[in-house]
Design a protein around this ligand. Structure first.
Ligand code: GDP
Ligand code: IMO
Ligand code: MG
Length: 425
């Protein structure tokens, strides 16, 4: 059976975790292919909230095998913490349920310190990274001096590699006038974590290909979002990996012929956490209303960092671009319930910079004023609705407008964070 790739179409936090949880119910393997614990995927099941950072959302389904692909960067200490946190919540994890690619790269204390140092050095031009060491870890990978996960099979050699890397980082930190790291002390918890994780290591490309050949359905769970892609996002305000659909083939190691479905997840409005262009951003009370006050766990505050997210209207220029880059075959629109009660809903339809743009122009680095279409809002609680026909007419018109503008089916709408709060057409 073929593979499904699930990707975020905006700047991350579109609700990929809750959508992956739904698609996992009809998958045998759920695999993360890029990024690391910069991701925060929330799944809410029967009153229990799970915040997943590296482990795929499929872990909440007993039958599913989860994979951390070779395209990922893995912080072993945080991964052990995540495994233990899930075990405490009743989700048992063993090597039959979770496989870590031997080719994934390790995030070390050196990377975390350098991430912070780089952000400090950028000053006003800081990217607003999650400070998880993501950029420096991918830099070491492409610089061919990274530490691969397979090294954890030899905890002593792993410790030596970490110490050497921390010492290299210390030279840079000293040059920047920053505190250095105690290499020996920093390394100890990583060696402990390596001992715990070694049994989970395997050649996951072989595992995924074997299962595909046997007819299993593989769900590739994207992290981040299209506009954060190192190549296709709004560089330099991006992450250091390829969260777009192409990244799944590289990050897991299987061929394009297996892919029959690319599910794009879009939030019904826009959010961004961190710096960078945001054409439809709202700095007014409607923006604050979209963010929420923080009283609900789904309000727009970062899952990983707790930072308030920037908010704005839906942007069709971004979505058209994201659908093009990823080859999206269907869209899931999330958080439609959050728009209930707004009198008028605006949707950004195009930008004019010199010429008229309907697909995201890569030269954008500054604020621009998009053209908008205004649609009438709706009132009332829609979180309990499960049938398309029962949604308020204006809610259906809002979704239909987006579907027509993108010429891609919006087959599913999410009206709340809970597993069952989905409306399928
Ligand atoms: P991800 O990174 O793409 O997985 O998204 P996050 O989990 O970081 O952020 C999405 C937030 O919205 C989480 O708190 C979800 O529980 C919540 N959420 C997802 N879908 C819906 C929805 O349809 N309605 C509401 N109110 N919350 C949702
Ligand atoms: P999920 O999977 C939202 C953003 C950071 C910053 C930029 C670079 O939950 O959607 P990094 O730490 O990766 O070097 O930061 O990318 N960013 C995310 N924003 N959701 C995420 O993941 C993100 N992962 C990274 O805020 O702007
Ligand atoms: Mg998130």
């Amino acid at each position: 059976m073929p593979a499904t790739i699930l990707v975020g179409l905006q700047w991350g936090d579109e609700g990929k975790g809750r959508v992956a949880d739904w698609l996992a119910s009809s998958s045998e393997i759920v695999a993360r292919y890029a990024g690391g614990d910069n991701a925060g995927h929330t799944v809410y099941v029967a009153g229990k909230m799970f915040k997943l950072h590296m482990i795929p959302s499929g872990i909440l389904h007993d039958r599913v095998t989860c994979v951390l692909g070779g395209g990922m960067v893995v912080n072993p200490v945080n991964l052990v913490r995540e495994i233990d946190g899930l075990a405490a919540a009743g989700v048992e994890i063993n090597p039959a349920r979770l496989a870590i690619s031997t080719k994934a790269h390790i995030i070390t204390p050196a990377h975390i310190a350098l991430d912070r140092a780089n952000e400090l050095a950028r000053g006003k031009a800081a990217i607003g990274t999650t400070l998880r060491g993501i950029g420096p870890a991918y830099l070491d990978k492409t610089g061919r001096q990274g530490i691969r996960a397979e090294t954890m099979r030899d905890p002593e050699g792993f410790g030596d590699a970490l110490i050497a890397q921390i010492e290299r980082a210390n030279a840079k930190l000293t040059a920047q006038g920053l505190d250095t790291l105690d290499a020996q002390r920093e390394t100890l918890p990583y060696i402990d974590a390596a001992r715990r994780l070694a049994p989970f290591l395997q050649d996951t490309a072989r595992l995924v290909n074997r299962r595909l050949d046997e007819g299993a359905r593989v769900l590739c769970e994207g992290a981040q979002g299209t506009m954060l892609d190192i190549d296709h996002g709004d560089y330099p305000f991006v992450t250091s990996s390829n969260p777009t659909a192409g990244g799944a083939l590289i990050g897991l190691g299987f061929g394009a012929r297996h892919v029959d479905r690319v599910v794009g997840v879009a939030k019904a409005f826009s959010t961004r956490v961190g710096a960078g262009p945001f054409p439809t951003e709202l700095d007014d009370e409607i923006g604050a209303r979209l963010r929420g006050t923080g009283e609900h766990f789904w309000d727009e505050f970062g899952t990983t960092t707790g930072r308030p997210r920037r908010t704005g209207w839906l942007d069709l220029v971004i979505l058209r671009y994201a659908c093009m880059i990823n080859g999206v075959t269907e869209i899931v629109l999330t958080k439609l319930d959050v728009l209930s009660g707004l009198e008028t809903l605006r949707i950004g339809t195009r930008y004019r910079i010199g010429t008229e743009w309907t697909v995201y122009p890569t030269e954008i680095q500054d604020t621009i004023e998009p053209d908008y279409v205004d649609l009438p809002g709706w009132t009332g609680e829609i979180g309990g609705i499960r049938r398309w026909a029962d949604l308020p007419g204006n809610a259906r018109r809002y979704v239909d407008f987006i579907q027509e503008a993108l010429s891609i089916p919006i087959a599913t709408v999410s009206v709340g964070p809970e597993r069952h709060q989905l409306v399928h057409r």
